[in-house]
Design a protein around this ligand. Structure first.
Ligand SMILES: C[S@@+](CC[C@H](N)C(=O)[O-])C[C@H]1O[C@@H](n2cnc3c(N)ncnc32)[C@H](O)[C@@H]1O
Length: 367
């Protein structure tokens, strides 16, 4: 690792390992709860997580992709492990989740409660483990290539000084057809070098945020499918001094899903029908902001989505029809790829102000 990384290591490990000991210690409202209501099965899983783990949750979204039973998951920057313990219930005893984080103090909290959770979930052997390492160097941390079905992350990419490496490593450790599903903070323009050098703004998940257009470019360079925008909420900084420093920059918390798909697959529009067999999505599958698949309804999908559905773990959950007639099928909504536009489109009622502090009582968040 180069010296810029070492510099950020120390700053961030102090920040997350020593300076912050609970979510209310955060100085800004960079993290906001998810804009979507939390489904009951996820609420139940969250309620099972030990309060000492939840108290150190610093995420900025809800990272629960569907169709997880039996899957192998990896959480980049798992912190005290809240998302790992929530998802360990959803992958079940035949699945597994590994959390990786560079900060030992965070991992100590996570590891302390492995037995507690396994007993609570009734699992004979642990389906969770925690590894100390850098998300820019997953293979150096001992994580194997092509070994995960899904990689998740919650409010961490913005903290990395080398975001291209994080995306590349995630791509390498994913199996073919695997998915990167993550929530993070994005800016409306590329952040200036002087703000990027500000340690508090960086540690608070703001000045390290990617300009959303840079994110789309990086994802394409790494080889991922075009990112599917799931949801977005505006971030109100909630701290006058930090806001003054940030000037006109605006921030959103957004959740994207990206897939590792075959490169030479001919992308063709097609008709699909969701079978309704995914736990928690028995009536409809809300795949992203554009596509909601209702059970037994024929829907037309574009070539990108057709490729995702046919080449991922979702392939067994759909019936694929020939393109003979599109006359009597449902059409997707037109949705923006720009998360700032999505926030506007969702309307003010869905835009969550973070006033009152991040990590409020109902769904805690980052900083
Ligand atoms: C904002 S917190 C989010 C933690 C966790 N995802 C959650 O939702 O509670 C960021 C976490 O990422 C870790 N982190 C930041 N940069 C990292 C890096 N380059 N490699 C590994 N972990 C990193 C920090 O140690 C911290 O635990």
């Amino acid at each position: 690792k180069g010296c810029i990384c070492c510099h950020f290591d120390h700053v961030l490990q102090d920040y997350y390992g020593k300076i912050l000991s609970q979510t209310s210690d955060l100085k800004s409202n960079a993290c906001v709860p998810s804009a979507k209501p939390i489904p009951t099965y996820i609420r139940k899983a969250l309620a099972e997580v030990h309060p000492d783990v939840t108290a150190r949750y610093y995420g900025c979204g809800l990272v629960v992709p569907e169709c997880l039973e039996g899957c192998r998951l990896l959480d980049l920057g798992c912190g005290s492990g809240r998302d790992c313990y929530m998802l360990s219930q959803l992958v079940g005893e035949n699945g597994h989740i590994t959390g990786v984080d560079m900060t030992e103090n965070q991992l100590e909290v996570a590891r302390k409660f492995i037995d507690y959770h396994m007993q609570k979930f009734g699992f004979k052997k642990p389906n969770v483990n925690f590894v100390q390492g850098y998300i820019e160097a997953l293979r150096e941390a001992g994580l194997e290539e092509k070994s995960y079905d899904v990689v998740i992350s919650n409010c961490v990419l913005n903290l990395s000084p080398d975001k291209a490496s994080v995306l590349q490593e995630a791509y390498h450790v994913l199996k073919d057809g695997g998915e990167l599903y993550f929530s993070d903070i994005y800016s409306n323009a590329r952040i200036s070098e002087s703000l990027r050098a500000n340690k508090v703004l960086w540690g608070e998940c703001l000045s390290g945020a990617l300009w959303w257009e840079d994110f789309l470019r990086l994802a394409a360079e790494v080889g991922f499918s075009v990112p599917r925008l799931v949801t977005a909420s505006i971030v109100s900084v909630g701290n006058e001094e930090l806001q003054r420093l940030l000037g006109d920059y605006k921030f959103v918390s957004a959740t994207y899903r990206l897939f590792k798909l075959p490169k030479n697959w001919e992308k063709k529009r097609c008709l699909v029908m969701y079978d309704g067999n995914i736990t928690g999505s028995e009536e409809k599958l809300e795949f992203d902001a554009q596509y909601t698949f209702k059970v037994n309804e024929v829907m037309e999908v574009d070539g990108d989505v057709a490729s995702i559905l046919k080449n991922s773990r979702f392939s067994e959950e759909f019936t694929f029809h020939s393109q003979a007639s599109t006359a009597c099928c449902a059409k997707p909504k037109v949705m923006p790829v720009n998360p700032f536009e999505l926030v506007e489109q969702l309307g003010s009622s869905d835009v969550l102000s973070s006033t009152g502090g991040c990590c409020g009582p109902q769904e805690s968040c980052c900083m």
